[in-house]
Design a protein around this ligand. Structure first.
Ligand code: BGC
Length: 549
């Protein structure tokens, strides 16, 4: 890591292109739309933008079902638009990261189509996981694994003569066929894709399901597939921690040793390009100490730390989570990361209880996160204090909703398009938005929040500005923090030089004693006050203090 590395402490903003800005009136966001908003992105004070997939795709899983990773889906524009966007983002001094989806291809990908029309045992089938079924007529899937999205992880093909054929593996939707990473075509094709986007100037990749590429012997049943599926689902909360930990410590399709070989070879590609091209792994691994293995110095740059994505706003949970994270990454000298929301989870305000209380908690949580060492990721709309929109089942599109027969409502609520201004459909589109934008969002529009110095948007801007300027927070490669004694429910620490944080995770106002000689830098809500050394912290609030003039 060089002295001037741009990424270890970066703030990276996630754009979900389908819901950011539509430029052609088809009701779905596109790359030209993102380009039209680059000044907005710049105004946030982030260092980089990460774009969720915009590649050619039948869009059965929000574009995470890629049919051509080296082309743009017409719904998002074309390759020239992608080039213009990369240039436009660079022009305002930001970096751009794109998604890469190596665990699976869409069943619309020409490789899968070729596999379907090729015989059993052919080279075309060897790029995926095709197997004969078990039972007298091959009617039982090759193993008993379940899809993460619900239902079985196998679908049966139909042969040319109309008879049932082999089965193929899909850990997610049946239109997302898992790739076989023991096949050299797969390695070569992904290297081509990495180079394709690196040549176009992207600054890095977010690696989807990074822990999934290598699989354990496939023709072996799991001893309890139903329990494993429940253990993998974050919304299942009634499973004892010890049972969950045991199940997750040995998942036959996640976090197998083979993935690291792949990332070591990718790292060589990133390092062969000028500038620092980075990678961040989306890898849910257990126990969390396994995460550090992905960011060893010859592997990836960052791994998302999802502790905060699921944590309640509670000092009792957050303090040990922060301590553990800092210890784990320190062992491999990698910078930690922090994530409060993304396109796969309920929005932060909703998760923290919704309503006004949820909004204040979300601000306090963000301000805590922005003061921690390492990199942060911000999901579009988090800065606006949006909550999940209510949606009628008829408009839902997430495959999770369909594969669980509606038992799980899925992730659409967090993917509703952004409210910009007072024109048609909140300025998102001239057409019909692909998901309806709640009418209550009129108070959340960017145009209103821009004008209001107390808005969530301006709070984020201020917090990110201070984060990038204060010597204790900006660009420090010192990932230690100095914990202070504090009452129950309060998080308190110092960072060198001259920075102190107090976060009150209780709902009661608290009076605390501040260190001598500090002044108030930022409070997450009105009512945070410093009088001499008497610090007043309303319920659910965070404050930053500085000793520097
Ligand atoms: C992405 C999801 C996607 C899944 C399958 C993930 O973890 O973030 O949105 O559905 O991978 O590609």
């Amino acid at each position: 890591m060089s002295q001037k590395s741009w990424w270890p402490n970066s703030a990276i903003y996630q754009v979900y292109p389908r819901s950011f800005q539509d430029s052609n009136g088809d009701g779905e966001g596109d790359l030209r739309g993102v380009l039209a908003r680059v000044e907005y992105l710049k105004s946030l004070g982030v260092d980089a933008v990460w774009l969720s997939p915009f590649y050619k795709s039948p869009n059965r899983d929000g574009g995470y079902d890629v049919a051509d990773p080296r082309d743009v889906d017409p719904r998002f524009g074309n390759l020239d638009d992608a080039k213009a966007l990369i240039e436009g983002i660079h022009k305002v001094g930001l970096r751009i990261i794109v998604d890469i989806v190596p665990n699976h291809f869409s069943t619309d990908h020409p490789w899968f189509q070729e596999a379907l029309s090729s015989p059993i045992g052919s080279a075309a089938r060897a790029r995926f996981h095709f197997y004969d079924g078990r039972g007298e007529n091959g009617e039982i899937p090759p193993n008993n694994w379940n899809s993460i999205f619900g239902g079985p992880a196998w679908s049966r093909t139909t042969d040319k003569d109309g008879r049932p054929g082999q089965w193929y593996l899909h850990l997610f939707d049946s239109t997302q066929a898992d790739l076989n990473w023991e096949n050299s075509d797969v390695h070569q094709d992904f290297e081509r894709t990495l180079r394709f986007w690196l040549d176009l100037g992207v600054d890095g990749f977010r690696i989807d399901v990074a822990h999934g590429l290598a699989k354990e012997t496939i023709l072996k049943d799991h001893h309890d597939p139903e329990a494993l599926t429940r253990a993998l689902r974050l919304d299942v909360t009634d499973m004892p921690d010890s049972q969950r930990a045991e199940l997750l410590s040995d998942v036959p399709f996640f976090d197998r040793e083979g993935v690291h070989e792949i990332y070591r070879s990718w790292r060589k590609i990133f390092d062969s390009y000028p500038g620092e091209r980075i990678s961040v792994a989306e890898a849910w691994v257990h126990p969390s100490s396994r995460a550090a293995r992905y960011v060893r110095s010859d592997e990836l740059h960052q791994i998302f730390n999802f502790d905060f994505l699921v944590a309640p706003w509670s000092a009792a949970t957050l303090i040990p989570a922060i301590k553990r994270t800092l210890l784990e990454v320190a062992e491999v000298s990698a910078p930690p990361t922090w994530v409060l929301s993304n396109h796969d989870s309920p929005r932060l305000v909703t998760r923290l209880g919704g309503g006004e209380d949820g909004e204040w908690r979300a601000r306090a949580f963000a301000q805590l996160t922005h003061a921690l060492p390492g990199g942060i990721y911000i999901f579009q709309g988090e800065e606006l204090g949006l909550s999940d929109g209510e949606l009628a089942d008829e408009v839902r599109q997430d495959p999770i909703f369909f594969r669980t027969q509606g038992r799980d409502k899925g992730r659409d609520g967090a993917r509703i398009p952004l409210p910009w201004d007072s024109s048609n459909n909140f300025g998102f589109t001239n057409g019909k938005p692909w998901l309806p934008i709640p009418s209550q969002w009129s108070s959340k529009r960017v145009i209103e929040q821009d004008e209001d110095s107390n808005s969530s948007l301006n709070f984020y801007r201020e917090s990110l500005r201070i984060r990038s300027e204060h010597p204790a927070l900006k660009g420090s490669s010192d990932y230690r923090i100095n914990w202070l004694d504090a009452p129950d429910g309060v998080i308190a620490f110092e960072r060198h030089p001259g920075f102190t944080l107090f976060a009150n995770t209780t709902s009661r106002e608290l009076k605390l004693v501040a260190p001598p000689g500090v002044s108030l830098l930022l409070g997450s809500r009105p009512g945070v006050r410093l009088e001499g050394e008497r610090l007043t912290l309303p319920g659910d609030s965070t404050c930053w203090l500085t000793k520097l003039k």
